[in-house]
Design a protein around this ligand. Structure first.
Ligand code: GLP
Length: 237
């Protein structure tokens, strides 16, 4: 890790993260961005939309790959990550939707879909800047605590802590998908730059991940081995 920034509010967290993304996009207009979902990135996405609308930040050549998608939800489902991305970011900027990639949670053959996603990332030349949130159990993407760090995109069962945490987005806990496709730790670690954003409710797990033992039981702890990680922590929720 080379930078840890603490701010007071989620809006400030979004503004600082957006400034990093803005400068990277202006440097490399056809950048490959690794994007994330959840509550944490919403202020960043609002800010990026604003930068597009008010400061002509150009996304016409930007390519994006999302970290994950629920198995069994199609892209129209209100809780699918494809829909989240469209509504929170893609519909508000001049990105070509053909350049935006989210795993297909409806694929008949999940193993083949995961392979397709890995091949796609290779074709794109890898991820330039990867955005991450962190789950309450230290997961990144949907890489749940495990015996080893994952090394290819895969369909995984969700941990109980994740199902519980994400139940707030669904009408009932029973509706939360039990499985998801996730980009793996190896691909995340190969991103040239990583921006991790987290709010106050994640303080404890964040400390464990960044300053504790490096172990696949805390998947985000792998980030300690990355050379260019910026962590932006909001004291507010
Ligand atoms: C989900 C996503 C993660 C995200 C995490 C935290 O489980 N798969 O990519 O980082 O939630 O989300 P939030 O920001 O809502 O706390």
């Amino acid at each position: 890790m080379n930078e840890f920034v603490t701010v007071k509010t989620i809006d400030e967290m979004g503004m600082i993260a957006a400034a990093i993304f803005e400068s990277e996009i202006r440097k490399k207009p056809d950048i490959v961005l690794g994007l994330a979902t959840g509550s944490s990135p919403i202020s960043l996405y609002k800010e990026l939309a604003k930068l597009h609308q008010e400061d002509e930040l150009d996304f016409s050549k930007v390519r994006t790959v999302n970290l994950d998608e629920y198995v069994g939800l199609n892209g129209e489902h209100p809780q699918s990550y494809r829909r989240f991305m469209n509504e929170n970011l893609f519909d508000h900027i001049n990105i070509d939707k053909k350049n935006t990639h989210v795993p297909n949670g409806m694929a008949n053959d999940l193993a083949q879909e995961c392979k397709r996603y890995d091949d796609l990332i290779e074709e794109l030349g890898g991820i330039d800047v990867q955005l991450l949130g962190i789950g309450p159990n230290g997961h990144i993407g949907f890489n749940e605590p495990s015996d080893e760090f994952s090394n290819c995109t895969q369909a995984v069962p969700l941990a109980k802590a994740t199902i519980d945490a994400n139940a707030r987005f669904f009408e009932d806990e029973s509706e939360v998908p039990r499985e998801a496709i996730t980009l793996d730790i190896k691909h995340i670690m190969h991103a040239r730059k990583i921006v991790l954003i987290a709010t106050a409710n994640k303080e404890e797990i964040l400390k464990k991940a960044l300053f504790g033992n490096i172990t696949p039981r805390v998947p985000a702890s792998a980030l300690q081995l990355h050379r260019e990680v910026t962590v932006i922590f909001s004291e507010g929720e």
